[in-house]
Design a protein around this ligand. Structure first.
Ligand code: NAP
Ligand code: HSE
Length: 428
């Protein structure tokens, strides 16, 4: 009989406990599918005494995750502690150095240290897998590295932070403001330990950087990402975007053009009838485009105990079956270092501004847009009580550079109050 696959789990929080429950509940099914059993030979977390809702008495406990990672009775080290550095990285490096395979859900660690970790794993002949790091239960890493491996990937687009999508959709549904819903997320336990990782777009940016590496064969480069969170989105933005037929989403887009690698994670408008526009609550959606397959849309739970454990288990099962893939879908030493490029692909833009309600004000704005080569598609002015009128403009496709030139020119007039809200419109 094939030997059991012996795993050690560091991190017994939402995901770690979910993995243990799944291994227990689906043991027979896992054995049938892999031809061997999966055995937990050791565990670690910060507090040994914490009630975790299930009995853990049958497992060897290690206080130090690095010690756990290097035990002789471990084949696979499963890192579920989180944090880009600290014990997660130290234990992962120690496990690889000790000849163990590693499975992790840690997007921050991979986005910031993915290249050296992949090189270390591959030099040692070990595998480093991370399906759960991107979009929770959605098997998007597998889709890119395996299902679409024959395609040139042209674009990766997605909503990859459930917390932000929850806040934005609840703002629209309930009319409650950003701060109220941020507090609701804190109470529901949706926020990362550092909430700025969620609402600042960083968590979703980490995920997009990882997918971009696999999609384009480039070294993961989170630092080059254009990043903007959802903190400045107001109820007014949401209501007025809806009035023009759009929803606001924290959207990631990555594509490799002749100018370099574009990676941006920022609030964008999407048509409210589109699949992304229909995405409510904490759900994630990733859209992949390949030169032969066309467009693939993956939708599902981006977080939570069951969905994330499901993704971790798919990596463990791959290892149990003997599937040994390169970390980012091709040897780490062959990944290229892409030139970062600002988004230059033309798109329609949404501009919301406060305009002095006096003769010639709108004409000035229209003239500036025209001078900057920006063509107006639709425009709407709203009722107002004070001297400044809310005005919405949707442009035809234009470049960010032309929009920036128009914004700079608006600032020199006496008719536009403050800086207009400017959001790119993605039409998928
Ligand atoms: P969590 O509930 O906060 O659990 C973290 C676990 O790690 C806890 O058991 C904690 O121990 C342990 N831990 C933290 N620091 C440690 C240290 N220095 N030494 C030993 N143990 C330590 O986190 P989680 O939600 O399960 O997330 C785990 C990983 O999965 C993270 O990388 C996260 O980004 C990723 N992820 C999570 C989700 C999700 O839905 N939750 C989805 C996708 C990916 P104590 O319990 O004793 O404090
Ligand atoms: N904070 C993340 C989210 C958890 O809201 O999507 C899953 O990575």
């Amino acid at each position: 009989m094939t030997q059991p696959l012996r795993i050690a789990i560091a991190g017994l929080g939402t995901v770690g406990i979910g993995v243990i429950k799944m291994i227990r509940q689906n043991a027979a099914l896992i054995e049938a599918r892999t031809g061997r059993t999966v055995e937990i030979t050791g565990i670690s977390a910060r507090s040994r005494d914490k009630d975790r809702g299930i009995s853990l008495s049958g497992y060897n406990w290690e206080d130090n995750p690095v010690t756990l990672a290097t035990r002789d009775d471990v084949d696979v080290f499963v890192e579920l502690m989180g944090g880009s550095d600290g014990p997660a990285k130290a234990a992962t490096e120690a496990a690889l150095a000790a000849g163990k395979d590693v499975v992790t859900a840690n997007k921050a660690m991979l986005a910031l240290h993915g290249q050296p970790l992949a090189e270390q794993a591959e030099a040692a002949g070990q595998v480093l897998r991370f399906e759960a790091a991107v979009a929770g239960g959605i098997p998007v890493v597998k889709a890119l590295t395996e299902g679409l491996a024959g395609n040139e990937i042209t674009r990766v687009v997605g909503v990859m932070n459930g917390t932000c999508n929850y806040i934005l959709t609840r703002m629209e549904a309930t009319g409650q403001g950003y701060n109220v819903l941020f507090d609701e997320c804190a109470q529901l336990g949706y926020l990362e330990a550092d909430p700025n990782l969620d609402v600042g777009g960083i968590d979703a940016g980490h995920k997009l950087a990882i997918l971009a590496s696999i999609a384009f064969g480039t070294q993961v480069d989170f630092d080059a990402m254009e990043l903007e969170g959802i903190q400045r989105i107001t109820l007014e933005d949401i209501a007025q975007a809806a009035d023009m037929g759009y929803k606001i989403k924290l959207l990631g887009v990555a594509q490799l053009t002749g100018r370099g690698l574009e990676q941006r994670m920022s609030p964008c408008l999407v048509p409210n009838t589109s699949p992304l526009g229909q995405l409510d609550g904490g759900t994630n959606m990733v859209v992949l485009e390949g030169n032969h397959v066309g467009q693939i849309v993956l939708r599902g739970a981006g977080a939570g105990e069951g969905p994330t454990a499901s993704a971790v288990m798919s990596d463990i099962i791959d290892i149990a079956r003997g599937t040994r893939l390169s970390t980012f879908g091709q040897p780490a030493t062959s990944l290229t270092s892409a030139t970062p490029a600002r988004a230059v692909t033309p798109a329609p833009y949404y501009l919301r501004m406060k305009l002095m309600d006096k003769p010639g004000a709108l004409a000035k704005v229209a003239a500036i847009l025209g001078d900057c080569g920006v063509s107006i598609d639709r425009m709407r002015q709203y009722d107002h009580d004070d001297e400044a009128a809310p005005v919405l403009i949707v442009t035809h496709k234009t470049t960010r550079a032309d929009i920036d030139a128009a914004l700079a020119a608006f600032a020199t007039t006496d008719v536009v109050h403050g800086a207009p809200v400017t959001l790119r419109i993605e039409e998928l």
